[in-house]
Design a protein around this ligand. Sequence first.
Ligand SMILES: Cc1cc2nc3c(=O)[nH]c(=O)nc-3n(C[C@H](O)[C@H](O)[C@H](O)COP(=O)(O)OP(=O)(O)OC[C@H]3O[C@@H](n4cnc5c(N)ncnc54)[C@H](O)[C@@H]3O)c2cc1C
Length: 418
Amino acid sequence: MINLVRVSDQTSSAVAPSFALTSDHLELRDWVHTFARDVIRPAAAEWDEREEFPWPIVEEAARIGLYSLDFWATQAFDRSGLGTPVALEELFWGDAGIGLAIVGSALAAAALRANGTDEQVGEWAPQMFGTSDRPRLASFCSSEADAGSDVGAMRTRAAYDQARDEWVLNGTKTWATNGGIADIHVVTAVVEPELGSRGQASFLIPPGTPGLAQGQKFAKHGIRASHTAEVVLTDCRIPGRCLLGGRERLLERLARAREGGATGRVQPSMATFERTRPSVGAQAVGIARAAYECALEYAGQRVQFGKPIVEHQAVAFALADMRTQIDAARLLVWRASWMGANRQPFTAAEGSMSKLFAGETAVRVTGQAMQVLGGVGFTRDFPVERMARDARIYTIFEGTSEIQRLVIARAISGAGIR
Ligand SMILES: Cc1cc2nc3c(=O)[nH]c(=O)nc-3n(C[C@H](O)[C@H](O)[C@H](O)COP(=O)(O)OP(=O)(O)OC[C@H]3O[C@@H](n4cnc5c(N)ncnc54)[C@H](O)[C@@H]3O)c2cc1C
């Protein structure tokens, strides 16, 4: 008889997660929520209009310890895995553009942690955030004009100058969050083109390195307080010790790849994305919840045909769907975050699932919220319009929805789907 249940489909039930928030989590949630409500929200429309990096808000976040390595490191060591998604949901409930300005450096820090040695993490991670009175930024630069979803098409080259023990980087990165305004850039580049994506490595470019310049800054549809730009590398020389993971590890990996064996690790960019996807999902949940709350409140006040519109079943059902989708998205995010913290294998690509569902939920729910608000939802007098623009990026960056589906489909089927 054929066993219709694949072993890989049974994974996440092997060890049961607990989603009970501790008193520490509740305190964390209230603390971030208060900052989001009192500092971020009142400033959100202004920075969206200005399309500039919101330095005063980031400085304030640094002053209270919310923008700091300590803060994110504490959450990373939480064995429940829930500290990070709880904090991110509140931050992005405040505003997604400012939220991304506050967490942008953490993506580069995740790349450092995924690919660097303990010494490299110890030396550079604190510099990515700076201090409470002098915050600093970091940027993770992987995407290129011809290498977005297709990371293997990357063209930025890194050549080793043995005489000077330096790496020389040339190429143009695009879509880099904090690109060009960051003090530290983590850049992926090709060291051996014949090996395709297996010939790539990650490098750290220290502050003030000549040969790194900001290219075009993008004018965006949403998350406009977050800075997104090209990073141009022209004979950019960095010390040999700035190769993440070190030269010995790289040479071993390249030798294995040349022999056609497993390299023992996934591409540097992929390793980073796998670690960060549930966190991106948590951001999307925050945006969706903010829009839903606006819609729920408005529906209780707006009267048409002699009664509040929430009493019209179509509107009430829309709100019921919104809330159900948000709760489902949060559960997927928390499950994936718990799995990551407890070293559970993502055999069905549960991290990608959480990002896919939460990202699409944010787009759907913000759209439904605009519908509930009617005409005013279409204006900038209400924040839902901005939330709908901000939500749109969540089906595009950190792997588009199509790429998440590809990753999940490959994981559950084992087939080489392309
Ligand atoms: C605001 C913003 C911030 C960003 N921040 C960063 C950052 O900090 N660092 C960084 O490195 N990158 C960053 N990115 C880049 C982002 O990750 C890419 O935009 C994303 O991976 C998609 O790549 P692309 O834009 O080249 O689209 P493409 O890869 O060209 O995709 C175009 C369309 O084709 C579809 N498609 C492509 N391949 C397939 C396939 N095999 N099967 C099915 N459909 C497919 C895609 O899903 C999409 O719908 C950012 C992007 C934006 C817009």
